[in-house]
Design a protein around this ligand. Sequence first.
Ligand code: CP
Ligand code: NVA
Length: 323
Amino acid sequence: SSSSPRHFLSISNLTPTELTTLVNNATTHKNSQLPPTWPLRNALSNKTIALLFSKLSTRTRVSTESAVVAMGGHPMFLGKNDIQLGVNESLYDTSVVISSMVNGIVARVGPHSDIANLAKDSSVPVINALCDTYHPMQIIADFATLTQTFSTPAEKLKGLKIAWVGDANNVLFDMCIGARKLGIDMAVATPEGYGMPDKIKREIDAAGPGSLFETNSPEEAVKGANVIVTDTWISMGQEDEKTKRLEAFKGYQVTEELARRGRAAEDWRFMHCLPRHPEEVSDEVFYGKRSLVFPEAQNRLWSAIATLEAFVANKGVVKKTEQ
Ligand code: CP
Ligand code: NVA
């Protein structure tokens, strides 16, 4: 095809203004609650979006399928046992063929190189639904959750302090990149040997000025934090390391006691992309009054809508939604 489409593989693909626009659009759509006059009700009509998932998913699949339907399109779920990819057929052939018949691809893969290669050879926009390095639609939802919680537009999240306690993974990397673009301070506590790779740190630095405080002490990281975030200690694909990881992350559970000891802000809030396991956060925090986890999960729907609007309906033009 003539010109290659714009893909959304990481938060780093967005300018700061595009990031605030996507986050604010997600909230605009949430507030509109899809009335019959909703402007996007036909935004994907007669369009098919392939959901190419090589890993399990609850939120990403449900939110994206629902988003496509809300926008009048057809979501086509292709799990890892449904298509020839990986068994009988190469990624290149798969990408060329699928993209010749659909209008967009939302893909969940293992290595980042897989989604990068998929995008390289696709004639339609590719949206990353999680790879081992990034999870951009999650971060749009997370920042939208914060704007809703603090009743402020995304451009005013500047100065907020987020502490991440746990594993340095895909969700954290895109969150740090996004934080740089919004002026949010990040403090990250990981066990020795589980910190952020240098390559990612250079990418975070390239995303904009700002601070990334790294420590092995959860107490130190949560000091003054307005938001404490964690994720599973064992990401998909790391199941073999379970025993080793559970040992290495002892003492990193997010608890009321940790926040008190580390002197987090009095009214600190808790976020987690889910799925959650009990080891990384206590029930008291996860199900308690500080927890944003369920609105955060529901915001995945609005994040998917804002993302599909920009990257598929508007062909890669990220602009304030017309409402
Ligand atoms: N947070 C998230 O991406 O969840 P799923 O793996 O259920 O999609
Ligand atoms: N870090 C987790 C996120 C799941 C949504 C994983 O990659 O498995």
